[in-house]
Design a protein around this ligand. Structure first.
Ligand SMILES: [Zn+2]
Length: 166
């Protein structure tokens, strides 16, 4: 694997940016994320983070969905129906849809340009990096609009979001 520096695309990631709201979950959720990424290797897996948006955004449940991208080794794509289903499920169970998780097989936990194009500012984007040896690393990202008229204005940039395991 290349190191993170070699993959870092500064058009996509704002290294100085930090989200004020942190993401929180327990070790069981962390373990579930790791196992899904390992079991899906070498394909990208994906799903939704459900929980409560309070002082922090606390994830209490994962909602895995099918990755419908044609190139699942490098991309993830969620069917529009699954967005409707998860919204419905969250509503019925008094939960908030906090974000989307996906894995990066043999790729660092840094968002790609493709991730940026499809990201929504309301969601957290949690990325689980996984390699063939089963090693994992998790990072969370929030998309933020760029307040100028540069090329990035349309897409914004990702800033890092702190994760608290509790
Ligand atoms: Zn990605």
């Amino acid at each position: 694997m290349m190191n993170e520096q070699e993959y870092l695309n500064l058009e996509v990631v704002d290294l100085m940016g930090k989200d004020k709201i942190w993401l929180e979950y327990d070790q069981q959720i962390e373990q579930q994320l790791i196992e899904e990424a390992q079991n899906g290797y070498p394909l990208e897996i994906t799903g939704f983070l459900l929980g409560k948006k309070e002082v922090s955004h606390r994830v209490s449940e994962l909602y895995p969905v099918e990755n419908i991208a044609s190139n699942q080794e490098r991309r993830f794509e969620i069917h529009g129906l699954d967005y409707l289903k998860v919204e419905n499920y969250a509503l019925q169970n008094d939960l908030d849809v906090i974000g989307v998780y996906h894995s990066h097989p043999d790729y660092p936990a840094i968002p790609s340009r493709h991730d940026l194009e499809y990201a929504q500012e309301v969601f957290s984007y949690l990325i689980i990096s996984v390699d063939g040896g089963g090693n994992t690393l998790i990072n969370s990202w929030k998309k933020e609009a760029v307040p100028d008229h540069s090329l990035e204005t349309k897409n914004g940039k990702f800033i890092n979001q702190k994760i608290k395991i509790s």
